[in-house]
Design a binder for this molecule. Structure first.
Ligand code: GLV
Ligand code: MN
Ligand code: MN
Ligand code: MN
Length: 414
């Protein structure tokens, strides 16, 4: 394991810390004291600090950093151009998320570049580390927003008009972060440079525990989408309004939460979740006037829309029972993606036959996959928990993952 040693010490003055050491450096950035874990959202204070941390490390590795028109950050070794080998992930989190989802892929990429530099020589192709913007959709609601914009998978005007919970538009936030909102949109030049993309990510379920392996190669990402249900009733006084006079949108919202579980249970391997429910105005002694409910639905194959149609029918019936109105809006949708067969086989062989793993989590690599050969590496998560503070990877597995990524990048750069 020569490279394991090399990633753990500085050689020839080169700054080349281990991925665990890099993660330790950012452990205090974006801690959420109310929820626990981390809340790091695109262009907020914590995420900006992480962008600065990334740029500093990239500079120490001799990489040239640039931010593209959509807020994705690229750090280049060699002249940016077509055929590049690109690796990276994201630095934003879900609200109250873990330390590894996103940052593990970025830290491992920096470690891998440091290890390759220490091995000597220059890659035969340009190599870049990328940090994608708003992968979780934690601020503006659309996951993988940076990679969707890059590839043209979301309309630029629709993206500019997305609003965060405070009502700030993506265009306004981008401007405040130093971007030109008019230039937000498809970026064929940046996309055209990517010859191959590899994203390393912490595993988000029990897959690698069950397989007994520290690392896997990604096979598929299941279809996923988000829908926003808005129930509208009549805001009123909690004490002065008889039950028979109410049009309370909390009732159909609650019925919908139950229907989501019941209907999804009837579809093989379906996942459907209500993780966010916002009654407005939100007073204990106030009957809500509206309730927003966000549905996250993921069904392998093409069954997602059929499930959402059934949920919508149940929500409409519950709204009608209470005299409430309902509007449903799709916020995002992605089809099932299979990663490049040739690349999967190549990486699996190179890494000594590590297993392949399908995932129910979405990733920027799956947004890029229809456009460029893309692959993923997963690192074992001993808790099997993700999008929560309990998400974890053991330091030894983190270094195994970084070493695997180093070998993969070296191989792809030949
Ligand atoms: C992102 O992590 C998602 O799959 O929701
Ligand atoms: Mn995530
Ligand atoms: Mn992620
Ligand atoms: Mn994700």
């Amino acid at each position: 394991e020569g490279h394991l040693h090399c990633v753990q010490r500085s050689e020839g003055g080169l700054h080349c810390p281990s991925a665990s050491a890099l993660l330790a450096e950012i452990a205090d950035i974006g801690c959420d004291r109310r929820r626990g874990g981390y809340s790091r959202h695109v262009f907020d204070g914590a995420e900006r600090e992480l962008r600065g941390w990334f740029a500093d490390h990239a500079a120490r590795l001799g990489l040239d950093t640039e931010t593209d028109r959509n807020g994705n950050v690229w750090a280049w070794w060699g002249t940016p151009g077509p055929g590049a080998v690109v690796t990276g992930s994201h630095l934003d989190s879900v609200p109250g998320g873990g330390a590894f989802d996103g940052p593990l892929g970025v830290a491992s990429a920096l470690t891998a570049v440091g290890a390759l530099r220490a091995r000597g020589g220059t890659p035969a192709r340009p190599l870049a580390v990328v940090v994608f913007a708003e992968e979780e959709g934690g601020r503006f609601g659309v996951p993988c927003l940076g990679s969707r914009l890059l590839t043209g998978a979301i309309d630029a005007e629709a993206a500019r008009n997305l609003r965060d919970p405070e009502g700030v538009t993506f265009a306004e936030a981008a401007r405040a972060a130093g971007l030109d909102p008019a230039r937000i949109g498809p970026d064929p030049e940046a996309l055209g440079r990517i010859g191959t993309f590899v994203e390393l990510h912490v595993e988000q379920g029990r897959g690698l525990i069950d397989l007994g392996s520290p690392v896997a190669v990604g096979s598929t990402v299941i279809a996923h989408g988000r829908w926003r249900f808005t129930f509208t009733g009549q805001g009123n006084h909690a004490g002065a309004t008889p039950l028979s006079d109410r049009r309370d949108p909390m009732l159909p919202a609650a019925a919908t939460v139950a229907a989501v579980r019941r209907l999804a249970a009837g579809v093989p391997d379906a996942r459907a979740t209500v993780g966010r429910l916002v009654p407005s105005p939100g007073g204990t002694n106030v009957i809500a006037s509206t309730v927003d409910l966000w549905l996250d639905a993921r069904v392998p194959g093409g069954g997602t829309q059929a499930l959402v149609d059934d949920i919508t029918a149940a929500a409409r019936a519950a709204a009608a029972d209470e005299g409430c109105a309902l509007t449903v809006r799709q916020e995002s949708c992605s089809d099932t993606v299979a990663f490049d067969d040739r690349l999967r086989a190549e990486l699996g062989g190179l890494l000594g036959g590590v297993p392949e793993l399908a995932t129910g989590a979405g990733h920027d690599a799956a947004i890029l996959a229809p456009h460029v050969p893309s692959a993923m590496l997963y690192v074992r998560n001993p808790t099997g928990v993700s999008h929560a503070p309990e998400e974890h990877a053991e330091p030894a597995d983190v270094e195994r993952g970084a070493a695997a990524l180093t070998d993969v990048l070296e191989h792809l750069c030949r």
